[in-house]
Design a protein around this ligand. Structure first.
Ligand SMILES: [Zn+2]
Length: 161
């Protein structure tokens, strides 16, 4: 295993300009905040996914390579923040940045019970609906939309005749 996959890259230049400007605002509101990780390679995502599965450790992610916004520069993680003390300040900041999602509010579907369970990741911020900005992942959503529009136009034309 290369050393690289175990290490987080925290260069802000690796995320989208929208996240760079959000980071500036966050740093103004929470000066003690430091960047922990920005963009993440697919190789590192695979490594993190293996933790608690094929490697010892706690499960840290449910996203396989390519399925985390970190892989596309659409998320960052911070550190050195007491999230309990700072929750109010972060909520206030988010109220002015409605296109940003906070990991504190994350949940997932438990595979056994099929119920929503909290899976908070308070250090994590991402672009809401980030999949829209990733061409490969986007295609899966775009195709049905195009198909529905196509069928609608076809049936409308049929009615006019
Ligand atoms: Zn994260």
């Amino acid at each position: 295993m290369s050393l690289e996959v175990t290490q987080a890259n925290n260069s802000i230049e690796l995320v989208t300009s929208r996240l760079q400007s959000f980071w500036k605002d966050l740093k103004k509101a929470i000066p003690e905040a430091e960047l922990f990780e920005t963009k993440r390679s697919n190789e590192r995502q695979t490594y993190l996914y293996s933790l608690g599965r094929t490697r010892s450790g706690e499960i840290v992610t449910y996203a396989t390579a390519g399925n985390s916004p970190h892989n596309h520069g659409l998320a960052f993680d911070i550190r050195n923040v007491n999230f309990t003390n700072r929750e109010k300040d972060i909520r206030e900041l988010l109220s002015k940045n409605s296109d940003i999602a906070w990991g504190m509010d994350f949940w997932r579907i438990d595979t056994k019970t099929k119920k929503k369970v909290k899976f908070p990741d308070s250090a994590h911020f991402q672009i809401k609906g980030w999949r829209r900005f990733v061409p490969g992942l986007n295609g899966k959503i775009i195709f049905p939309i195009v198909a529905v529009i196509g069928i609608s136009i076809y049936s409308l034309r049929g009615k006019r005749k």
